[in-house]
Every structure is written in C-alpha cells, then in structure tokens.
Design a protein. Structure first.
Lengths: 637, 291
C-alpha cells in the first residue's frame, strides 16, 4: 500500500494539520460568541440553565472521531492511496525485437528470431494486466510497430508477424529511440526489453555508460556457425573488353575454422571455383576470370549448409558488352588505325571515300580529309576537311601554326594542356553560331565541335602529331564525347543492404555524382571525408554514376554484422519471476472517497440531524441554513 | 465617504411616483388638488380689473397698450406643503447585514428624488441624539446631485433620542407638513410618545421602520455575549429556541406599537427588512403605505 501523490509523512502532516484545525474550530465554536446588537430591549435569557459548563471538553467524542476519520479517508483519496507495491504500479515498457539479418540464422529447426519471439511472448504474458507495451522492430533503423497499449493479443500478433530484415541492428539508435518514446508517451517508466542476439557493427553497439538502468535482455542462443559472402565485385579487365574479373569476399562468422568451396556460374554454366579455409572471424577473397560478350546472370555460391542461407549466394546481372562501331572513310587507314585500336570499346571498319553512304551501319563516322556530298546521319568526326564543300565556315588553311590553347570546359579538351605543339598543316575554322571552339592557334580555331560532329583541323596521326601523347587522348576524348553511354566504364558489385560506403578518387567533383535506385529514382547520399555514403534499407539495385564511370550495386546480400555485443553485467536478463502472481497495484481512491462520504452521512444522521436549525418565519435565509448545515465544526452539544 | 449607488433605471422608475399626503394643513391648500385661488403660482388662471394696491408687476401691459385699461393677470396658487425626511443615523442603525444606515440613506435619497421631480420642497434632516445639519432642496430633478453628496457625507454616530429631537424639530419647523421618519425606532426611552407628539402637533407622519433580519430573528444559539451598539452595555446570556421565539414576539409587539402610533392620527407605517432591495421596498411596502 502506498500513496501516489503524497509520502506517508506528508499525508500524516496534512491530516494532523486538518484535524487540528477542525478541533480548534470546534472549540472556537464552543466558546461564547460576542455579538453586537442594535438594542438590548428584546433580549431575554433562556429559562433553562446552560448545558455546557466545560466548553473546552469535547461533548460528543464519537461525532468528532467520525468526522476526523472521514477527513482522513477523503484526504487519503486525494493522495491516491493504492494497494500493492509501488514497484507494481502500471508502467510503460518498450519491447525491442531484433529483426536484423543475423536473426535469420538457424539453430536446429528454429531461427534466432523464432527464439526471440518466444522469449518476448513469455515476457509479455508475465506482465501485470495494467502495464503497457510498445513493440519496436530493430534492424538498421528502429521501427515502432505498436504504440503503448495493454492489448496483449495485438502485441503477440505483431511479434509473430515480424520477419527477418536484411540489415544489421543499430542498437545504440534503437535504445535512444526507446528512451525517447518512454519520455514522450510513457506515464510510468517501465523497462526497455531487448529480445534477440543484438549482433551488430562495432560502432552501433552501446557501451556500458550509454545504457540506461532500465534495460533488460531476453537473450537467445547465438552459437551458430555461419560462413557468408561479404561482397562480389565484377568488372571488365582493363586489357580485354570481353574479359570479366570477379572478386568474391567470404567471411567466417563461426567460432571454429571453416572450409567452404565457392562455385561461380554464369548462365548456369560454371565459370570458376575456389576453396576457402577460414579461421574464426577471418575474411578472404578470391579472384576469378571468365570471358563473355553476352549479358546474363552471374552467381557466386558457397557450397555449404550453415546458419544463414541468404548470404551463401549472390547473383549479379552482367550488362551486354556493347562496342562502338566506327566507320572510317579514308585513303590512308594506316594513319588512323593506331589511334582507334588503342580503344578497346570500339570496332573500326575502313573504306574508301568513294564508297561513302549517309546511312552507314555504325555509331560514329570518321571522314578523313574529304567532304562528302551529303552529311552523314550519324555522329561524325571530320579530319582536316577541305575548304570547299565544308559543312561549317572555314578560313584558308595554314602551315607551321603553333597551338595556343585548349578550351578545357569542353569534354573534348578534358585533360589536354600541351601548348608547345607545332602543326605542320591545319585547316582553320571560322567561329559561327552553334560551333564551340575546342583548340585555338595563332591563326584561329583548329579544333571545333558542333551539336553532333567534331572537326579536327589537322590529322592526329600524321606529321609531328603522331608522336605526341595529345593525339590519342584527343581521339579518345572525341569518341567519348560522341558516344558517352557506350563508352561508360561499368563495374557491378554485389553488396549487402544497409549503409553503402564507396571511397572516391581524389578530386572527384561531388556535383558529378548521381545515385539512382530502383526505377532510376534518385537516392539521397552524402560525401564525407572522400567517401560516398548512402543507405539502402531494402534489397535491390543501386547505380552510382561518377562522371563517365558507373558502378552498379546489387544489394542482395544480407548485412551480417561481425561484432557480438558484450552485454554489460548491470543489464538484467531473462523474464522476471512472480510478476503475474503478484497483485498489481490498483487505485482505491474511489472506495476511500465513498467511505469518507458515508461516514459523514452516518455522523450527520447520528448527531447532526437534530441540530438542523428551524426555518423561522422566512426571515432566516436559506444560505445561512445551508452554511450552518454544512459547517464542518458543528457544535457537538 | 460611503458612495450611494442609485442606478439610472431606478431613478427613471421613481419619476412615475409622487409623495402623497391626506391632511389639509393650516395656511396651505391641502392634498394635491389644484387650487382655484389665485396667488403667486406659475400656471395662468384668469384676468381681472386692476385695483389700487395691486402689484404693478402683475399688470398685463400688452392689453394696456391696446385698450388703455389696466388688467391684471391672475396665477394659480400651488400647494407648498413642506416635505421633511428625518432619518436615523445613530449607532444602532449600523448593525445588521446589510447595514440599516446605508439602507436608510438610499431610501431617503429615493424619496427626495420623487419629491424633487414633483417640484416639492424637501428637507433632509439626519438625527441621532440631536438634530444634525439639514439640507433643504427643491427646484427639480437637476438639483438631486447635492442631495446625494449630502447623504454620502453623513456618518453614523450617537444614541437615539427621539424625544429631544422631536421637540427641537417642532421648535425649528412650526409649519406643518409631511414628515417621513426613517429609523429602526430603537430608543431605550421609547419612541411612542415623541412620535405621538409629532402627530398631535399637526404633521402628517409616515414612519418607515427598518430592521435587519437578525434584528427580528437572531440566528444565535447557546451562550452568547451581546453588546449594545449605542450604549456599549454588555450582557451574557443563554439563548435557545424558546428565547428566540420570545425575542421575536417582543420585536413584533414593539413594531405593532410603532404602527399604531403612526395610524392613530391618520399617518402611515411601512416595515421594511434590509434584506429586501431598496427598489423592491419602494415599489412594495412603501408604495402601499404611502398612497
């Protein structure tokens, strides 16, 4: 039995003060009253002798006692006297169910999540009926599933409907969230009950200082063995466009050494294999190469049966290997062939200018030192076009011209800075609308670009230019500018869901970065300390474009955390016993108030009714009668 | 200075009332009937021939200019019965809740306003053991403000001495008229004889008897100590229901005695308890008694 609103000392002090005041008023009422009257003419003393000789003695102690007890009962009702222990008053608990990827690990016939659900349901059933529970599912983000309620059936239903997520648990954020919920919504501070294994990344696990005192852990058996794929990276070989390099990283989460074989298939056909022997907690990677031009699915699979099946296989989609077809009309293919052969993303065909067709089957047309009668319908590169018949305005050709500058804001001039080039012979272009200057000389523009064509005033493979590094770079830039989609370099990576971090090359412009999710929807990201970070809560694809480079992330692997939470000793564990047997504290103020009122009624019926003053000839106001009737210090005589 | 609160709506209702008297007083036209005698009134009555010794100011000079005859304008005589309001300001009036003193001042103010509206000449005369400084007012409702100021400036003090005050009143105001006495009539020496003396002198007496509820039915029980508000005399006694009944009977008998004195010579009596609002009292017991 305890008071909700007052301490016992406060209650006794108030009761004592009120009782003393009532007693003092009673004795004051018993004292002779002084009255100022208009005249003594009509006053006659009563013929009866006065009854009360001892005014300082209580004449009817039972009346006084009943009144004092009634006041005590009413005061106790105001102070909200409750039955039971203060520890057992209605409280608000937050039940955190670990739904991270690790909870999908199997131990026998049950997953860890099943164990946690069972423990959580037992804990919920052990609670007193008045306690309220909020269920929070915890993985990378805490998700409240039910609000504070004492509907046990709904809570158990929500527990049973919980499924394993794909990310690791962020326990620190979850506990912060639970504390915030208890502060905002909870009336009586209950426990934060953690049901699960709570295996997470080291930064996401709280230290002993960060844990509140009201945390309880419902542990599960987590000694399961598991080996899983951490990451699969797929990229084309820099040397060979049709050669793919596959990097597979595998980690051993078990407490013992594990030997697991890895099989890599492409379109169900095996393309490579490896065998790992991993120490506890060790992570190793294997590199496998295979050759294909076709698009298809590549699967890396660990041939083993362990706790978590989801991280034993990763499937990546390989894009089709598209090569840029370039049609070169030239009388001297030997000059341009080395420039095009250096680029592995294209296939070049050579033909004489007489065989020129406007709708040739190629993405890019190169016109070497001649002007066709009709402009090609494809994107084109014009090398030293003659003045006559040129599609753009030109000046007279010049000889021994010195290059004076590159316009680096144009993609064709990206990275080109050499200024000491001497051009033996070059065409000079006149500036006009819709034409951008890429390189300038003493006599005018020598490299220009229009909407779908590049014009080079000189042949990059002849004369002194053929010995300069600028020549292949200019040609590569020009090809990339004309066919950016095809020339984009791609990497495909199989990763786990959750927080994705990508190290950026130094000097990468954050403005050139785009992260696209499913349906090419932009995904918010941040660049912190040279690392691109974004969060993917669900399994799927994400494309990261950084300039001309594109990385495709297949986020199909579960984020299995590597750190086992070292639970501090102060954390209470297990289901507290005897809660359901103990009587929950409950309000009795209603009964106390009724008892107080009843006692006052009994006292009035017993002693007070006979003292009700008579209404005399309408001259005594009803207010006065009421005042005397309700006065708590009525005369007991 | 205690402020008298008489609101405008109450004053507007009072304008419908008049102060009535029944007696014919020597030297004056009685009642409120218009006189057929000519005199120094304001209402035109008739013309007549000028006779030697007539007041030249009454000659109608316009008629003289036309007819070359001296014709006098005659005016209707108006009854100028003096209205005198005596109200008790002794200490006994300060007992009870609400105070009889405040109530008496409000009542006196209301009656004065009624008189002023009807162009009566009203004398406000406070008294306790002697007659205090009076206020003579008249001339219409716009002269009511000084009356209020006068009433607000009065303070209660002293014992009640009806006999002394009546003798002094008769000596100072020999002209008969309407005398309204507002008091609790609680004089240890008795008030019947002085009131009878006042009526016998020729005044028409209207007694307004004020009492608080506890003056008539004291709401006390048990042993009490009572103190006379005027004399300061203290008495300890045991007061019970029977004593209360005896008290009320004594009070009622005394009130009946005062009523008889008023009615014996054609006067009027109205008993008013202070728990009744002043407006209700004016249009209730006072209106019934004053007609």
């Amino acid at each position: 039995m305890f008071f909700l609103n007052l301490g016992l000392g406060e209650f006794l002090a108030i009761w004592g003060a009120v009782s003393g005041a009532v007693l003092a008023l009673y004795l004051l009422d018993r004292s002779r009253r002084k009255i100022r009257v208009a005249t003594m003419r009509f006053w006659t003393p009563s013929e009866k002798p006065p009854e009360a000789k001892h005014r300082k003695r209580i004449q009817q102690p039972w009346s006084m006692l009943l009144q004092l007890i009634a006041i005590g009962l009413l005061l106790a009702a105001l102070a909200q006297l409750r039955l039971g222990s203060p520890d057992r008053m209605s409280r608000d608990h937050v039940l955190v169910l670990d739904s991270s990827a690790w909870m999908g690990a199997r131990v026998g016939q049950m997953t860890l999540l099943d164990q946690a659900k069972r423990e959580a349901i037992l804990w919920v059933r052990s609670l007193p009926a008045g306690d309220r529970v909020m269920l929070v599912r915890a993985d990378a983000l805490p998700s409240p599933t039910t609000m504070f309620a004492n509907n046990r059936q709904a809570t158990e239903q929500a527990l049973l409907e919980t499924r394993v997520g794909g990310s690791a648990v962020n326990l620190k954020a979850t506990i912060d969230f639970a504390r915030q919920m208890q502060r905002q919504h909870g009336s009586g501070l209950g426990e934060i009950v953690l049901a699960g294994a709570f295996r997470g990344h080291a930064n996401d696990l709280p230290s002993e200082k960060e844990l509140p005192a009201n945390v309880r852990l419902l542990p599960v058996k987590a000694d399961t063995r598991n080996v899983g794929i951490r990451k699969v990276t797929l990229r084309r070989s820099p040397a060979d466009a049709q050669l793919w390099e596959v990097f597979v990283a595998v980690k051993n989460y078990s407490a013992q050494v594990e030997a697991v074989p890895l099989a890599v298939t492409f379109g169900s056909a095996p393309v490579g294999s490896a065998r790992f022997t991993l120490a506890p907690g060790a992570e190793e990677s294997a590199r496998i190469e295979f050759r294909t031009k076709a698009a298809g699915y590549l699967e890396a699979r660990l041939v083993t049966r362990d706790g978590i099946i989801e991280d034993n296989a990763a499937t990546l989609e390989l894009p089709e290997q598209k090569l840029v077809r370039v049609m070169v009309y030239t009388r001297d293919p030997a000059l341009i062939r080395p420039l095009l052969a250096a680029n592995r993303w294209l296939t070049a065909s050579y033909a004489l200018p007489e065989t020129y067709k406007t709708d040739v089957d190629a993405e890019i047309v190169v016109l070497d030192r001649f002007n066709p009668p009709v402009k090609p319908t494809r994107r084109s590169i014009w090398i030293a076009p003659p003045v006559q018949g040129s599609p753009i305005a030109m000046l007279s050709p010049a000889k021994n011209v010195k290059l004076t500058g590159w316009r680096n804001d144009h993609s064709m001039a990206a990275g080109l800075r050499s200024l000491d080039l001497k051009l033996d012979e070059t065409s000079v272009f006149a500036p006009s609308a819709g034409v951008s200057v890429v390189a300038e000389s003493e006599v005018g523009a020598v490299v220009v670009a229009s909407k779908d064509a590049a014009y080079l005033g000189f042949h990059p493979g002849s004369g002194a230019m053929r010995l300069e590094l600028t020549a292949p770079l200019l040609m590569a830039n020009t090809l990339e500018w004309l066919a950016p989609e095809v020339m984009r370099r791609r990497e495909v990576t199989g990763e786990s869901v959750g927080n994705v971090q990508i190290p950026l090359e130094r000097g990468t412009d954050p403005g050139s970065i785009r992260v696209l999710g499913a349906g090419d929807v932009a995904v918010p990201f941040s660049v912190v300390d040279g690392t691109l970070q974004f969060y993917a809560g669900e399994r799927g694809m994400a494309r990261v474009q950084i300039g001309s480079k594109e990385q495709v992330y297949s986020l199909s692997l579960p984020d299995v955390a590597e750190t086992v939470w070292d639970v501090p000793a102060k954390v209470r564990r297990g289901i507290p016993r005897g809660l359901t047997d103990s009587i929950a504290s409950r309000d009795i103020w209603q009964w106390l108030a009724m008892a107080g009122g009843l006692l006052l009624l009994v006292e009035w019926l017993w002693f007070g009714r006979t003292r009700l003053p008579a209404v005399q000839q309408g001259s005594t106001s009803m207010v006065e009668i009421f005042r005397r009737f309700t006065a708590p210090f009525r005369k007991a005589s | 200075m205690a402020e008298l609160s008489i609101d405008q709506s109450f004053l507007e209702r009072l304008e419908r009332l008049t102060l009535h008297w029944q007696k014919s007083f020597p030297g004056l036209v009685g009642g409120h009937n218009a006189s057929r005698y000519s005199g120094s009134g304001q209402e035109f009555l008739d013309h007549r021939q000028f006779h030697q010794g007539d007041d030249l100011r009454a000659v109608n000079w316009r008629v003289y200019m036309r007819l070359e005859r001296l014709i006098l304008k005659l005016f209707q005589v108006e009854p100028r019965v003096p209205v005198r309001i005596l109200f008790d300001v002794s200490d006994s009036m300060t007992t009870g809740e609400p105070s009889k003193f405040d109530y008496a001042r409000k009542l006196a103010g209301a009656m004065t306003y009624v008189g002023l509206v009807r162009l009566e000449s009203v004398l406000l005369q406070p008294f306790s053991d002697q007659l205090l400084d009076p206020l003579q007012c008249g001339g219409g409702r716009h002269r009511f403000r000084p009356c209020i100021d006068f009433l607000e400036g009065i303070k209660s003090a002293g014992k009640t001495d009806f006999m002394g005050c009546v003798k002094r009143f008769i000596a100072e105001y020999p002209q008969r008229g309407l005398v309204i006495v507002i008091s609790d009539f609680l004089d240890d020496q008795g008030c019947e004889k002085p009131l009878q003396y006042l009526a016998d002198f020729g005044h028409e007496v209207f007694l307004v008897h004020l009492w608080a509820d506890e003056d008539r039915v004291p709401p006390y029980k048990g042993e009490i100590e009572i103190e006379d508000a005027e004399t300061g005399e203290v008495q300890k006694l045991n007061f019970d229901a029977e004593a209360q009944e005896a008290y009320t009977a004594n009070f009622d008998a005394y009130a009946r005695g005062v009523r008889e004195v008023a009615q014996r010579k054609g006067g009027k009596y109205a008993g008013v308890t202070t728990s009744t609002p002043v407006e209700q009292a004016v249009f209730g017991p006072l209106l019934g008694g004053g007609r």
